[in-house]
Design a binder for this molecule. Structure first.
Ligand SMILES: Nc1ncnc2c1ncn2[C@@H]1O[C@H](COP(=O)(O)OP(=O)(O)OP(=O)(O)O)[C@@H](O)[C@H]1O
Ligand SMILES: [Ca+2]
Length: 716
């Protein structure tokens, strides 16, 4: 404590010395006292604080020098590291990711060590109360990026002024004004030039205001569109939060198709591949795993697999943030129509200029060679006999005529009319709840002849629910767990609880809509306890789901059990069925799957598909040896059961499809789902006509869409 007092006393002495030496007026003296006491008090306070938390770094910077000027104002910035998170520095985390250094990671205690320093549990995440989040904001910042300042109206006025047509017109206006006043006197001579000035003024102000407003609107939109939901685990609960609310220490669940929302480290997961092309330009996917490459970067995209990551930097501390701050984005692009019209305008302008020049030359030549006569039939130009004043008047008249041609020829209002029309149609589209991110979209939409739409989530609500369940060849209803043989029920629990990317927290389900539907069905109707299943079993190998494979599998072993391993597959029913050689009947007995039975199951699947259900099948196999196997066995499985998931059509889709068709735009569905399910939904939405058998390529499988010639033609 004595050290502190000493420090304060010396500070006081320094200031009073200064005080004495300054020869100041009474008013300034007063200010000095104020400044002095402010500094003294804050110093005393801070040193006290320092004493208590000796590990914290406290620095004081005085922005303004203390000066006896009347306007003296003292700002004190306190940059302070929160005691709660004092074990680790942001700079070392940033450096770790920047260098992708495994050594450095090991020095920091690996991912586990960093979790501990960041006061995060790698299973249940941060505790997530407002105070905790506040500390993290204070210590590591927020997940927002510094944006270039929005352009002011003057920027747009300047842009409009730089247009060559406008410049030509301004010159013309000035000439016209000068000549007009010379010819007809200042009182009446300004009409022509003045009106050109007014026209130019109108064009500039209208286009500047319209561009300014559009720019502001796009800014607003980009704020909305960059606000994407991210799945985080906080306090053991998986939940969705906005990307801007992510803090350092958060545990984030990533799945295929997600954007990585901040920089961080891989904790656990399977077959995670990331598309880093937005950062490196490399189109190859980068494999991420715990040992060789656990580094994940903001702005990249998950191409395959799933994982949990620990956030280590957010916002401007990320690699992406650093990159963005050096690039200034310019969105002053023009739509194709605007570009073409601008070209047209400038060629017309050029022709106008050429013609005007020609007229000027011809008229001048005619005048000076004495080929022109005035109203009385007398030669206008008569060599040296003509008065200088008359010559000047005649030449001015000729130039004014040429200028008039230029002014008339330039269609300066044409591009402006297009801009205004596009802005207007954008406004109309927005009021119809269509988000327009680029002005050119309005134009493109106007000339579209085919709309290719996704099925799930676009035509349907993306809220799936299991509505049918077949075990063996029997349709089950309601809370069916009492009716299923216990051995089969256990296999169901394992197959669903382990072979999933979703999660259950109390009665909240997370994951993709398909996963959520299956999990909620298993918990509510099959009485599954996910925690218990996870506790009792070890997952040895995972094959993650992706839209190409249409299935996911796990290899697992029960803890404290014999040497038997279990393979579980789940996926598109027809594909899983093809992998099966046996099935469990409703009594829980395993039976062989002969051709007849297979046909029976095919019919069940088609029946469900015809009533627009997504069909998912579960299959299992017990294996004894798994030595050195890289892949999970895919044949000789036993079918456990089939479920049908209902995803209702969005209300209003049918009307929208009809409107499109009425307007001559054909609507096609691109899907990865079972063809029969897709057709049933297409019929429900009015894309397919129930009476017309031929498909006409209105429902297309994703793979086919990418590969076939016909679809290439549409995409042209
Ligand atoms: N989580 C999952 N686990 C296993 N199989 C799944 C899962 N989700 C979907 N499937 C199966 O994979 C198929 C393709 O699923 P995906 O989600 O890629 O469909 P999609 O191509 O997006 O279809 P849509 O046209 O409906 O949008 C589905 O028909 C379904 O049978
Ligand atoms: Ca004109």
């Amino acid at each position: 404590m004595s050290a502190i007092i000493h420090a304060n006393l010396s500070c006081m002495k320094l200031l009073s010395d200064l005080h004495d030496s300054a020869n100041v007026s009474a008013l300034n003296k007063k200010r000095w006292h104020l400044a002095f006491s402010t500094i003294y008090c804050s110093r005393a306070f801070l040193s006290h604080f320092k004493h208590q938390e000796s590990s914290n770094v406290i620095s004081i910077t005085m922005k303004k020098k203390i000066s006896p000027e009347p306007s003296a104002r003292i700002d004190i910035d306190v940059v302070q590291k929160h005691p709660f998170l004092s074990d680790i520095e942001q700079s070392s985390l940033t450096k770790l990711l920047k260098d992708k250094s495994l050594n450095q990671l090991a020095k920091l205690g690996g991912v586990e060590g960093i979790c501990t320093s960041l006061k995060t549990d790698h299973q249940s995440g941060i505790n997530g109360d407002p105070e905790d989040i506040g500390f993290r904001h204070e210590a590591f910042g927020r997940n927002t990026y510094r944006k270039p300042p929005t352009k002011s109206i003057f920027h747009f006025i300047w842009e409009a002024l730089k247009d060559p047509t406008i410049l030509i017109l301004l010159v013309c206006a000035a000439l016209s004004l000068g000549f007009g006043m010379k010819e007809n006197g200042p009182k009446e001579g300004w009409y022509d030039g003045g009106s050109i000035f007014v026209a130019v003024f109108l064009v500039i102000s209208v286009s500047a205001i319209s561009n300014f407003r559009q720019n502001r609107q796009f800014d607003k939109l980009s704020k909305v569109s960059s606000n994407i939901p991210v799945e985080v685990v906080r306090n053991g609960r998986r939940q969705e939060v906005s990307i801007f609310e992510i803090v350092v220490g958060d545990i984030i669940c990533l799945k295929i198709g997600d954007q990585v929302p901040a920089d961080g480290l891989f904790i656990d997961g399977h077959s995670l591949q990331v598309d880093e092309s937005s950062m490196t330009g490399e189109s190859d996917h980068v494999e991420i795993d715990g040992n060789k490459n656990p580094f994940l970067f903001s702005g990249t995209k998950v191409a395959d697999g799933y994982a949990k990551m620990l956030v280590t930097s957010v916002g401007m501390n990320t690699f992406w943030g650093e990159m963005m701050s050096t690039i200034s984005s310019d969105s002053d692009e023009q739509t194709p129509l605007q570009e073409r019209l601008n070209k047209l305008t400038s060629s017309i302008g050029k022709i106008g200029l050429a013609v005007a020049f020609l007229v000027l030359v011809v008229l001048l030549v005619r005048y000076f060679t004495g080929n022109t006569e005035n109203d009385d039939g007398i030669k206008e130009f008569n060599g040296s006999k003509t008065k200088v004043d008359d010559v000047i008047n005649a030449v001015v008249g000729i130039i004014a005529a040429a200028v008039t041609i230029v002014v008339v020829a330039i269609p300066e209002g044409l591009p402006l009319a297009v801009t205004l029309t596009l802005a207007y149609s954008m406004k109309r589209m927005m009021s119809d709840q269509a988000m327009v991110r680029k002005l050119s979209a309005c134009e493109t939409m106007g000339s579209a002849t085919t709309i290719c739409t996704d099925k799930t989530g676009t035509l349907t609500m993306n809220q799936m629910k299991v509505t049918r369940f077949w075990q063996g060849k029997e349709a089950m209803e309601g809370r069916s767990y009492t009716l299923i043989a216990s051995n089969v029920l256990e296999l169901f629990h394992q197959g669903i609880g382990l072979n999933t990317t979703g999660g259950v927290y109390k009665l909240e389900f997370s994951g993709s809509p398909t996963e959520k539907a299956i999990l909620s069905w298993a918990v509510l109707e099959l009485n599954m306890d996910m925690e218990a299943v996870k506790r009792d079993c070890n997952i040895l190998h995972v094959e993650a789901f992706n839209s190409e494979k249409k299935r996911s599998g796990v290899l697992m072993k029960k803890i404290d059990h014999d040497d038997t391993y279990h393979v579980h597959w789940k996926g598109a029913a027809e594909m899983i069925l093809a992998m099966c050689s046996h099935y469990y009947d409703s009594d829980g007995k395993m039976k062989e799957l002969n051709d007849n039975e297979r046909l029976g199951f095919d019919q069940i699947i088609q029946g469900m598909a015809a009533s627009s259900l997504r069909c998912i099948a579960f299959a299992h196999k017990q294996v004894s040896e798994v030595k050195g196997q890289k892949r999970i066995q895919e044949s000789g499985l036993s079918l456990l059961g089939l479920v049908g998931l209902k995803d209702p059509c969005r209300p209003g889709v049918k009307k929208a499809v009809e409107d499109c068709q009425y307007a001559g735009v054909s609507v096609k569905m691109i899907t990865g789902d079972n063809v029969f399910t897709a057709k049933a939904i297409a019929t429900e939405c009015g894309i397919l006509n129930p009476n017309q058998e031929a498909n006409d390529g209105l429902v297309v499988e994703g793979v086919e869409f990418v590969t076939t010639q016909k679809t290439k033609e549409w995409r042209k």
